[in-house]
Design a protein around this ligand. Structure first.
Ligand code: SF4
Ligand code: SF4
Ligand code: SF4
Length: 323
């Protein structure tokens, strides 16, 4: 029996999701035993024309990581959708826009100005900006068109499954691969289309071992300002911890080592907007008798967009700032 066909692609991605697949250690042997890799530019020298030559549905499983930042990302998303039976939005950037989605507080021109004009570490006296087309003696060079708004994968193409995490945890990747391999062999069902996979029920708080006492807080602090207690809930110590508004699945990895959860597993089931959910949690634990004091405490929340929407601005009800 011939092997199933596997593809992996990075769009607006840092590359961490690609590496996370290798963290499944010996489980990678199951991937090798069951799949032929037919497209994985980070791992081998595949060309886009290789994919264009495949029949529709030729790829059995495609793990697509990274957001849709530019025209090249969009082209590959649409091409891989055509060629893939099962396509997974793999990692926070593909599933909810991720860190690159924070760029939705600006537009493309503002970002280019920041990088090529207002950047103190850049020596660019002639104010050269990248050109989408440039003619050289050897021919015309072309860069992808950068969009004003970062999009999630599902805002661009039909997605079969969502697997959050920045990056997804190795044990969750291994579990998902087992399920998909069994389904492709006809030995088990695939999850329902549109499901979020590689996660656990409830929230990160439910996986966290820290002690919760339902304390109120009178100010917020940043992690470098003090040494948090090793046992107590970090939120109750005044650190914004996104655990109450974050899907379980990672084993509360960050809080275990003393760092607040940043929310990379996205909103829990049934929550539409992760940031709004966290804002309402924060509002419920502020200890202040007057509106003025409440406003003062709320203003002590550092970097509200980057805190409440670090991984999900592109997928939120806000989606982007008006610019
Ligand atoms: S989800 Fe995280 S690890 Fe994966 S591409 Fe995005 S930033 Fe990198
Ligand atoms: S808020 Fe953070 S530290 Fe507190 S229980 Fe939830 S995950 Fe743990
Ligand atoms: S604790 Fe939060 S930020 Fe850390 S890996 Fe888990 S979901 Fe992501």
């Amino acid at each position: 029996m011939s092997k199933f066909k596997f593809a992996m692609y990075w769009a607006g991605s840092c590359g961490g999701c690609e590496i996370s697949v290798l963290e499944i250690k010996e489980k990678i042997l199951d991937v090798d035993a069951n799949f032929d890799v037919v497209f994985w530019p980070a791992a081998a020298d595949f060309k886009y024309k290789d994919v264009e030559g495949y029949d529709d549905g030729f790829i059995d499983l495609c793990l697509f990581n990274g957001c849709i930042r530019n025209s090249e990302n969009e082209h590959l998303a649409k091409l891989l959708r055509e060629k893939s039976k099962v396509l997974v939005a793999f990692g926070s950037c593909a599933a909810t826009g991720g860190i690159p989605g924070l760029a939705n507080v600006a537009n493309a021109q503002e970002i280019k100005d920041l990088v090529y004009r207002d950047n103190p570490s850049l020596d660019n006296p002639e104010g050269v900006y990248p050109q989408e087309r440039y003619t050289m003696p050897e021919g015309e060079l072309e860069l992808p068109h950068m969009y004003d708004t970062v999009k999630t994968l599902a805002q661009t193409i039909d997605v079969d499954y969502f697997m959050p995490g920045c990056p997804p945890e190795a044990h969750q990747i291994a579990t998902v691969l087992d399920v998909v391999i069994a389904a492709l062999k006809g030995e088990g069902p695939l999850p329902a289309k549109g499901a979020t996979i590689g996660v656990a029920p409830k929230t990160c708080c439910d996986e966290c071992k820290r002690v919760k006492e339902e304390k109120k807080i009178s100010s917020f602090r940043r992690i470098w300002e003090f040494l948090p207690d090793a046992e107590q809930c970090l939120l109750e110590q005044g650190l914004i911890c996104m655990g109450p508004a974050t899907q379980a699945g990672c084993g509360s990895r960050c809080t275990t080592v003393g760092m607040p959860c940043r929310g990379c597993y996205g909103a829990p089931e049934g929550v539409v907007d992760q940031g709004a959910k966290m804002l309402s949690t924060v509002a419920s634990i502020i200890d202040a008798p007057t509106p003025e004091e409440i406003a003062k405490i709320a203003a002590s929340v550092p970097d509200p967009v980057g805190t409440f929407y670090r991984f999900g601005l592109a997928d939120s009800l806000l989606r982007r700032a008006r610019v």
